[in-house]
Design a protein around this ligand. Structure first.
Ligand code: TRP
Length: 332
């Protein structure tokens, strides 16, 4: 059996980077795998959160996934905190993983910054919770971005260490699914920075909820350089803004950067931007409209997440029981 698990943080303002980097891929995996998708609100609170915002963002991200085509009936879609087994297995993994392993995690160092003594224990243990997410379902494949590869590697180490500590062949080693072409979508204002919800200018990103007019305006204003478009990929060297826009075009059209260069060779940005706008509006327009519809019916989204959580728990419970037995917990 091939089972996918993946998690996404409930951060507001989903944008084209989230869509092309993760969400679209998740939707595409549904046909080939048994998929469990999770909005990771337990991970979110490793950094300070406003409670009302966390709740709203959890709904918004779930709505974004559904609007992008993830079917909550054929897959399992839920928010992490509704399945307490995640936290339970994470605790057991805290007693398997070693300080030395966690000390090497680069995300902790980045997020904790200079004041490491002040970081929460939760932030430090973030990777053991992520390992629990995946292994609670004995997932075999995990779609992740480049930045999460180290955490997935740790999940594999924890699976192996658990099996060997308790002399049992319980957990499979989950494999990463890294997407080719994985458009690293950069800011529309600065081609050297990742597109981000935290950049001050809204013109730096295309949000999944932007309508056609907003998308058109943002692409029109996107930073470029004075040269016409190059005929091949090598011509993008030293031209980060051109490379970004062409990369977005290639990803949206499901083609290669080389092909897009060949098609627009020597043309001005105005021509190219018109084509890019058409593509972006065609793909994101309907998704944004559906997100807005779902935002108007939060009870519906909540209901879907609640039902998804029940189905997730039904998969997780017997696996956690197997783990508890292996560990030696007294059980009914
Ligand atoms: N850490 C991941 C991120 O920030 C989110 C995540 C949590 C995750 N649990 C997961 C991803 C399990 C894959 C599998 O992107």
């Amino acid at each position: 059996m091939r089972r996918i698990f993946s998690g996404v943080q409930p951060s507001g303002n989903l944008h084209l980077g989230n869509y092309l980097g993760a969400i679209r891929n998740w939707a595409r995996l549904q046909s080939d795998y048994d998929c469990v998708y999770c909005v990771v609100d337990l991970h979110a609170i490793t950094m300070p959160q406003d409670p009302a915002e966390l709740r709203a963002n959890t709904r918004e991200v779930a709505a974004g996934l559904i609007a992008a085509g993830i079917d909550p009936e054929t897959n399992i879609l839920f928010n992490q905190s509704q399945v307490a087994e995640h936290a339970q297995l994470a605790w057991i993994f805290n007693c398997v993983a070693r300080l030395g392993w966690l000390n090497r995690m680069t995300q902790f160092k980045e997020k904790a910054g200079k004041h490491r003594e002040n970081a929460t224990v939760g932030l430090y243990a973030y990777p053991t919770l992520m390992a629990a997410d995946i292994l609670l379902y004995k997932a075999t494949h995990v779609p992740v971005g480049e930045d999460q590869k180290q955490h997935l590697e740790l999940a594999r180490d924890i699976a192996q260490a658990f099996n060997s500590m308790f002399a049992i062949d319980l957990f499979p080693a989950p494999e990463p699914l890294i997407f080719g072409q994985a458009a690293r979508v950069m800011s529309l204002r600065d081609g050297s920075r990742k597109m981000s919800k935290s950049e001050a200018s809204d013109f730096s990103r295309i949000n999944m909820t932007d309508d056609a007019d907003a998308i058109a305006a943002k692409i029109r204003k996107a930073r470029t350089d004075p040269e016409p478009l190059p005929g091949d990929e090598a011509g993008l060297d030293g031209r980060p803004e051109a490379a970004n826009l062409i990369g977005i075009h290639a990803a949206l059209a499901d083609t290669t950067v080389a092909e897009v260069c060949a098609r627009f060779a020597g043309q001005p940005f105005s021509t190219f931007k018109a084509a890019l706008t058409e593509l972006a509006v065609a793909e994101l327009g309907p998704i944004g409209a559906e997100m807005k519809r779902l935002a108007g019916d939060p009870g519906h989204v909540d209901g879907l997440l609640h039902a998804g959580a029940a189905r997730a728990r039904a998969l997780a419970r017997p696996i956690l029981d197997e783990v508890s037995k292996a560990v030696g917990f007294l059980m009914p």
